[in-house]
Design a protein around this ligand. Structure first.
Ligand code: ATP
Length: 388
């Protein structure tokens, strides 16, 4: 699907309608016009506001949003744990309200981390229990349990009580329980929260494997942008109950690409006596080797011609960020710097990552972000500067 800034903007207004399901087949999950308001009158909170989305089989969708954006209410409404005021939800074509058994029979969920598993039972007993309450004979899914335990590095713990496991191991047991029977759609709320690096890697790998090899459809909420960027095919960003973006991760980042660079320059060592120019033939002041590498006149001219962020002087070098909008202008910039008697020592792309896009779309609410905020904020600033 082609993504444009206009499309992102349209979706903010139109409730993210999508129509990319193959003709004649039901999407694994279809949500239409889902809304939920808590409370009445002035105290009413519209936690989910007219949300629509289709998710195809084998897709991993990340739901992101600042605290209170409505992620949990959306997931709980889909699962029937919160009764929505309006809207329809279908799982593989089955309506969850009219036909809850076949619809929810295909669904697994990990909602409260390790709190939903039985700590006094062993790991394998938990898996058997969750398979049984899902209507499946534990013996029929024994192979599945072995595979899950293997993939999650829990095989050696199968006969230990959950109580005796580490926090990360408990969390992995929780995921395994959500998948203990043959589910087609899984909802995972913060699956990697609080995990050490190794456990998080196990879990990410398993999520991807389930989607790629078992065609499982996975909807996960996470505050960890790295997890979402690495594991998800698509990201839905919510703010104030609404979907503000719904796109493949790469497309979304592309929409906000500004061709921003961080450039480090210094005075060219030789042959610099005399006047320097800034690419347009206009002479600048004669070179003074004791002055800052980028003197005021050159700074002003750079500001006039390009979208340049603040200059940072570091001894005989100066760093600055510039957003070019068009990659072709990069070569003009390099020529201009050389013409101004500057040597370019470093150039680094600072185009936005998912975190920066998230900050942009949610009005910079980074309260729940755990990724590298410094880097991302810089990128977001570059983007904002480009549009100013
Ligand atoms: N049971 C409830 N009663 C009243 N208000 C609620 C209830 N559950 C959620 N809300 C409100 O609905 C809004 C959305 O909450 P929700 O928990 O869905 O957000 P979230 O995106 O999951 O947030 P977080 O990232 O903090 O978990 C919030 O303003 C919240 O206070």
């Amino acid at each position: 699907m082609t993504t444009t800034p206009e499309r992102v903007a349209d979706e903010r207004e139109d409730g993210a309608e999508r129509d990319d399901a193959p003709a004649g087949s039901d999407p694994a999950l279809a949500v239409r016009g889902l809304s939920k308001t808590f409370g009445d009158g002035e105290a009413a909170v519209r936690a989910v506001d007219d949300v629509s989305l289709d998710v195809e089989s084998g897709t991993v969708v990340g739901v992101l949003g600042p605290n209170g954006a409505g992620k949990t209410t959306l997931i709980k409404s889909i699962l029937g744990l919160v009764v929505a005021d309006e809207g329809d939800v279908r799982v593989a074509g089955a309506d969850v309200y009219d036909d809850p058994r076949p619809a929810y029979g295909r669904v697994g969920a990990m909602l409260e981390g390790a709190r939903n598993v039985y700590w006094r039972l062993t790991v394998r007993e938990n898996l058997e229990y969750f398979a049984a309450i899902g209507g499946e004979s534990p013996s029929a899914v024994g192979d599945r349990h072995d595979a899950l335990l293997e993939q999650l590095s829990l095989a050696g713990k199968a006969d230990e009580t959950v109580n005796d496991l580490s926090r990360g191991q408990k969390q992995k047991v929780s995921l395994a329980c959500a998948l203990a029977r043959n589910v087609e759609v899984a909802f995972l709320d913060e699956p990697t929260l609080g995990l050490d690096v190794e456990s998080s890697v196990d879990l990410r790998r398993e999520i991807r494997r389930l989607a790629d090899q078992e065609d499982m459809t996975i909807v996960l909420s996470s505050h960890d942008m790295d997890v979402v960027q690495e594991v998800c095919d698509r990201v839905v960003i919510m703010a104030d109950g609404e979907v503000v973006a719904d796109d493949p991760v790469a497309d979304l980042v592309d929409v906000f690409r500004t061709f921003a660079y961080r450039v480090v320059v210094g005075r060219t060592a030789a042959g610099t006596d005399g006047d320097a120019t800034l690419g347009d033939g206009t002479a600048t002041e004669a070179v003074d080797r004791n002055a800052d590498p980028v003197d005021e006149d050159i700074r002003e001219r750079l500001h006039e011609t390009y979208d340049v962020d603040e200059f940072e002087d570091r001894g005989d070098r100066t760093a600055f960020e510039v957003s070019l909008g068009d990659p072709e202008r990069f070569y003009d910039l390099m020529d201009a710097l050389r013409a101004a008697d500057l040597t370019v020592y470093e150039v680094e792309s600072v185009d936005p990552d998912l975190e920066a896009v998230f900050l942009e779309l949610t009005d910079g609410d980074e309260s729940d972000s755990v990724a590298d905020a410094g880097e991302s904020e810089r990128a977001a600033r570059a983007h904002r500067g480009d549009r100013a």
